[in-house]
Design a protein around this ligand. Structure first.
Ligand SMILES: [Cu+2]
Length: 202
């Protein structure tokens, strides 16, 4: 019994650690400009401790990225979710303390930062690179690339069609002019013939 009473404070202390993961929402509507007036990632400036997970939940209807760096300089390679869809999450565990800026590669007005504090007990020495299962990321990237190429092709086709329409329009214009001038000449010819017949009759 004494032992159990003795354990209670430790159990109470351990509770906050069990729920220490930080959740950040990718806010609804952030796919259109405007969220930058308040926050596109909520909270805009999150805090965590080395070794703990940070979870970004895409609560929007559009796909977004959580990419370390800033829109001006681009990705700095520290972490990158690549595109993740509505309702999906991106989880990253920070191994080093520091403040990390991040942004969305699709919507450059979307920025956020996370402050990672040191934990004396956590071993934050550099770890050998792991090879996470990047399969989904890779297939999404490939799909993204394919869509980009399709859009580029469609744009090109659109441009070619516009050019074709323009040249057809100018052809029609010149045909109209020809018809006008031809009919003018035809009238002239008839008039001349008429005059000739009259002169023959007289
Ligand atoms: Cu976005």
């Amino acid at each position: 019994m004494n032992k159990i009473l003795f354990l209670i404070p430790f159990l109470a202390l351990s509770v906050p650690f069990a729920f220490a993961d930080t959740t950040i929402d990718v806010v609804k509507g952030s796919g259109a400009p405007g969220c930058e007036m308040t926050e596109c990632y909520s909270p805009l400036h999150a805090k965590t401790t080395v070794g703990e997970k940070v979870i970004w939940k895409n609560t929007d209807t559009a796909a977004h990225t959580v990419t370390s760096g800033n829109p001006g300089d681009g990705p700095d390679g520290k972490f990158d979710s690549s595109l993740f869809m509505a309702g999906n999450s991106f989880v990253h565990k920070f191994e080093n303390a520091g403040t990390f800026d991040y942004f969305c590669m699709v919507h450059p007005w979307m920025i956020g930062s996370i402050m990672v504090e040191t934990d004396g007990n956590y071993d934050d020495r550099p770890k050998p690179p792991t090879t996470p299962s990047k399969h989904d990321d890779d297939s999404l990237k490939a799909e993204n690339q394919k869509l980009k190429e399709q859009i580029r092709d469609l744009k090109l086709e659109n441009k070619q069609l516009k050019n074709r329409i323009d040249s057809l329009n100018s052809e029609i214009e010149s045909l109209k002019e020809q018809i006008v001038s031809m009919s003018g000449e035809f009238v002239k010819m008839i008039t001349q013939l008429n005059e000739w017949f009259r002169s023959q009759l007289n």
